[in-house]
Design a protein around this ligand. Structure first.
Ligand SMILES: NC(=O)c1ccc[n+]([C@@H]2O[C@H](COP(=O)([O-])OP(=O)(O)OC[C@H]3O[C@@H](n4cnc5c(N)ncnc54)[C@H](O)[C@@H]3O)[C@@H](O)[C@H]2O)c1
Ligand SMILES: [Zn+2]
Length: 348
């Protein structure tokens, strides 16, 4: 005897991403803006002039990746219960990727899921974290190991917020933009080679292209069964660098920049990319003061650390390798000897 639960249905999770000076937002429901003291201090009063809601609450959690944890999630949940939020209520994530990931996660679990809106305020969160519906938080076992796919109802990207962003944080966002261009869009890469991102109009165009690139990938592979993994270009190596330096020396995007240079070396070795193309990528990274070198102290231990990455199934390492510029290969078939040879190029 068997009972079939038929759950085949077409769910339309589509949403719009507005890239412009933020428009007036009218919400006929209870709303909480989740943010941190830094972003609130800089930009909340401006945002409040744009939002009208039935009831509006502000929830702040401490600033920093180390607070992307269960304790902050509990703080937010507690506040929602205290204010009697219901299934029609809505959250607004107002901050960088940390706030976005955490607010998205809370939205996915509060009363089994409520709506949320993203208003990202760092370059990295505008072009990457706020697009695609991945949410996550960290625990003692590692980063982003807990989370859900939960798409926002809408994303408002206002480049104005970036005027207060520290230079290094800006560069970290550029690294993720370069990542998307190299793997998916040659023309976009060529544009980045000469683009002046201090020009607001150009910056806005670059954000648009990056978001479009990511949106196209996500539309093809929302739950990362294949293609979406290509967005981890630079991350296989970058995560090891972050791990070796205890997340203290480099911002995530900076580690990814070095990771892209390393992945390019492997691509060159396997005949997927020319030396000239690899140099072009490195030059763009340098243009934004991103690091492109790293001293590996122990090649074997660096290699072993790959296996801590959750994207690598136990015995195989997944590498995302650019195929020229604008193409990408996802492979777990690289020979250890090739990888070791590349790592030796970076040996201290
Ligand atoms: N969900 C995804 O698909 C995805 C993708 C990439 C990254 N992420 C996550 O995003 C996080 C990183 O995001 P991030 O780089 O934005 O870091 P972040 O959120 O920590 O922001 C960096 C710093 O900039 C501050 N800040 C934010 N906006 C500012 C502004 N306008 N002016 C001045 N300072 C400002 C923040 O308070 C913080 O101190 C990581 O936790 C990462 O796992 C998620
Ligand atoms: Zn990244």
């Amino acid at each position: 005897m068997k009972v079939n639960i038929s759950l085949k249905k077409v769910i339309d999770n589509s949403y719009d991403i507005e890239i412009d000076a933020i428009s007036n937002i009218e919400l006929d429901t209870k709303v909480a803006i989740v943010t941190n003291p830094k972003v609130a201090g800089l930009h909340l009063s401006y945002l409040l002039t744009k939002i009208k809601a039935k009831e509006l609450y502000i929830i702040t959690v401490p600033d920093g990746e180390e607070y992307k944890n269960q304790q902050s999630v509990d703080t937010i949940l507690e506040s929602l219960f205290n204010h009697r939020f219901n299934r029609k209520s809505l959250l607004i994530a107002f901050g960088g990727g940390v706030i976005g990931d955490m607010t998205g996660y809370v939205s996915s679990i509060y009363q089994r899921g409520i709506d949320f809106i993203q208003i990202p305020t760092t370059l990295l969160s505008q072009v990457d974290a706020s697009v695609g519906g991945k949410t996550g938080m960290n625990n003692s076992y590692g980063k982003n190991l807990i989370g859900a796919f939960h798409q926002p109802k809408k994303v408002y990207i206002d480049p104005y917020f970036l005027t207060t962003l520290p230079k290094r944080e800006f560069g970290a966002g550029v690294a993720e933009i370069v990542k998307m261009a190299v793997t998916f869009n040659k023309e976009f890469f060529e544009f980045l080679q000469t683009a002046d991102l201090s020009d607001t109009k150009i910056l806005q165009e670059v954000i648009k292209q990056a978001v479009q690139t990511k949106a196209d990938v996500v539309a093809k592979d929302e739950k990362e069964h294949g293609l979406r993994a290509a967005l981890n270009y630079g991350h296989t190596f970058g995560h090891v660098i972050e791990n070796e330096t205890a997340y203290k020396t480099y911002l995530h995007g900076e580690a990814v920049a070095i990771g892209m240079v390393m992945a390019n070396r492997l691509s060159c070795r396997l005949g997927l990319m020319s030396e000239d193309e690899a140099k072009k990528v490195e030059d763009v990274l340098k243009k934004y003061n991103l690091p492109t070198t790293y001293n590996i102290k122990d090649v074997e231990s660096f290699y072993e650390t790959f296996f801590l990455d959750k994207k690598s199934a136990d015995t195989k390492i997944t590498f995302i390798l650019p195929k020229g510029i604008g193409g990408v290969v996802i492979t777990d078939e690289c020979k250890k000897s090739d990888v070791i040879s590349v790592l030796k190029e970076f040996e201290a």
